[in-house]
Design a protein around this ligand. Structure first.
Ligand code: PEP
Ligand code: MG
Length: 556
């Protein structure tokens, strides 16, 4: 038996086979070649294969989704055959003596730049197609298979690190546990595991992780150990632990349908964070009172093109309908930093967490933003929608976003499309600037939701993705963050708006009492944490003088 240790980020015991997810790299190195003819042949061969693949994709799409959707593969073929495109690759190989994959990558870079400099949205959208086509060509030049993972049995998913776009390629219902070599407790791997309610261990560090594929293992998400080929004693102990855990989960079910109310009668909203329709099932299963954060950027991830207005509308509408009148806070696209979307073609940044991300990106691309806003507005008639703006740092951002919302409304009015008139627009408080300006911002917003993941990283100057800083999170001193949060609550309540928490800290049951005492009105957590939080709230007494409920009755 081999034992690997890491940091547990979600509890639970899972037994199964290890499946190692190999990152899709598509790394292109510049090589100067002598035999240009041979290089050109390599390119021509890859092109033929890419075209054959596109023909196949077209046929499959035609039978599955129809002519309209399938036509994208014809466009991709046309791009490959385009004379300017071909000419550029030819020149890069014959004149510059670049190797074939680098010639394609350079052509992609130059043409994407030309496309983005042109005003037309249509042409800009073609830049994403160009990127897709070039990735396909490079993959063939490098003789790599397309990454499509089909899991036929339930597995323990292992990877060096998991990014949101990668997890989109995996059928998550087949994942028993997650083990990564890197990662951090606020990373999206951790959030994903909490959403799915499966054990997760990060920072396992072992270089040999990839060599352990297909071995039997047990993941102990409580102590952070992975037991490879476990012996009898470990099996027995962990089976017992798993049994106890199942009993606890069963006990928590008793809290379904109950109120989130303190001993002295204060009611708190407990909502769920979701990243898409799949997570909604977990939110409903765990009896969440609403959705406190729908990370809408997940609709943009794991694909090669922007989701169109109708597709977004369909997703938002489903969430709103299925929540049946309960509040649904949809955050506008929060891409960038760790949620890198390749087809946006963003320039590489020294500090992506401080870069062109989130609301900044949306305001730089108003047409893209308005597509999302129209989809949201159209969906608003199907439920109780609130729109939330991420990473706000200035009042000007709020004003400009609101102006775009009004423009989107005008566009819908002109087309006779319906939307709810009184949609709330709130902001995430996740930057020190938003905390400091919360008095002013409260007058511009219908609600606040504190994003503790980012707020903590910016206040403490701890990169949330950096495993080397993980020790700062052990028994960490939350006081700077808590003071900021208290200040935000005071300012919000002075102007009569509610404050929620939608960052991971909202699920820290040791802080629940502190949060309620500072006046937090709503806490939104990953679905699996809704019932434990409800149970915790029901044990808290905020006002020493008041005791409305019998604790024993509330706990029962
Ligand atoms: C946060 O920053 O706390 C948050 C909820 O947003 P995300 O984790 O998606 O950045
Ligand atoms: Mg955030």
């Amino acid at each position: 038996m081999l034992i690997l240790s890491g940091k547990p980020v979600f509890g639970g015991i899972a037994k199964g086979k290890l499946f190692y997810f190999q990152q899709d790299e598509n790394e292109v190195t510049k090589r100067i070649i002598k035999d240009t003819e041979y290089e050109l042949q390599r390119y021509e061969y890859a092109k033929k294969q890419a075209i054959a693949e596109l023909d196949e994709l077209y046929e499959t799409a035609l039978s599955k989704v129809g002519e309209n959707e399938a036509s994208i593969f014809i466009i991709h073929k046309m791009l490959i055959e385009d004379s300017a495109f071909r000419g550029s690759i030819n020149d890069r190989i014959m004149v510059d003596h670049f190797c074939a994959d680098y010639a394609v990558a350079q052509t992609a870079r130059d043409l994407t730049q030309t496309f983005s400099d042109l005003g037309s949205t249509y042409i800009k959208e073609r830049a994403a197609d160009l990127k897709d086509v070039c990735d396909r060509l490079i993959r063939h030049i490098q003789n790599k298979d397309e990454k499509r993972i089909t899991l036929t049995e339930k597995v323990i998913l292992c990877a060096d690190e998991l990014y949101p776009s990668e997890t989109m390629q995996i059928d998550l219902s087949m994942v028993l546990a997650i083990v990564t070599r890197y990662g951090s407790s606020n990373s999206h791997t951790a959030i994903l595991a909490r959403t799915l309610g499966i054990p997760a261990i990060i920072g396992i560090g072992a270089e040999k992780l990839s060599m352990l594929r297909d071995m039997e293992a047990i993941v102990d998400g409580y102590n952070g150990n992975v037991y490879i080929e476990p012996d009898e004693a470990a099996l027995k102990r962990l089976d017992q632990l798993a049994e106890n855990e199942a009993k606890k989960r069963e006990m928590l079910k008793r809290f379904k349908g109950r109120k989130n109310v303190t001993l002295d009668g204060t009611e708190i909203e407990v909502f769920a964070n979701i990243a898409g329709l799949n997570d909604l099932n977990y939110a409903l299963e765990n009896d969440a009172g609403g959705v406190g954060l729908f990370r809408s950027e997940f609709l943009y991830l794991g694909r090669t093109q922007m989701p169109e207005e109708d597709e977004q509308f369909y997703n938002y509408r489903q969430v709103l309908e299925r929540m049946g009148g309960r509040k649904v806070i949809i955050r506008t696209m929060d891409a960038g930093a760790d949620k890198n979307i390749k087809y946006f073609g963003l320039a590489k940044e020294e500090n992506p967490a401080l870069g062109v991300r989130s609301i900044r990106l949306c305001l730089l691309r108003p047409e893209m933003f308005k597509t999302q806003l129209r989809a949201l507005l159209r969906a608003s008639v199907y439920g109780n929608l609130a729109i939330m703006l991420p990473l706000i740092t200035t009042a000007d951002e709020i004003h400009r976003a609101k102006k775009l919302i009004e423009e989107a409304k005008d566009q819908l009015r002109a087309k006779g499309q319906a939307f709810a008139e009184n949609i709330q627009v709130g902001i995430m408080v996740e930057t020190p600037a938003a905390v400091i300006m919360s008095d002013e911002f409260a007058q511009e917003s219908d609600f606040f939701s504190i994003g503790t993941n980012d707020l903590e990283q910016y206040i403490m100057a701890h990169d949330r993705q950096n495993l080397a800083l993980e020790s700062y999170y052990e028994g960490r001193d939350h006081e700077p963050l808590l003071r900021a949060m208290r200040y935000v609550c005071e300012n919000a309540h002075r102007h009569g708006i509610p404050v929620g928490i939608c960052g991971e800290l909202g699920a820290d049951l040791e802080l629940t009492e502190e949060f309620l005492k500072m006046g937090i009105d709503e806490i939104s957590v990953t679905a699996s944490q809704v019932l434990p939080l409800r149970q915790r709230i029901r044990t808290i007494k905020l006002d020493e003088r008041k005791q409305l409920f019998d604790p024993a009755a509330l706990k029962a």
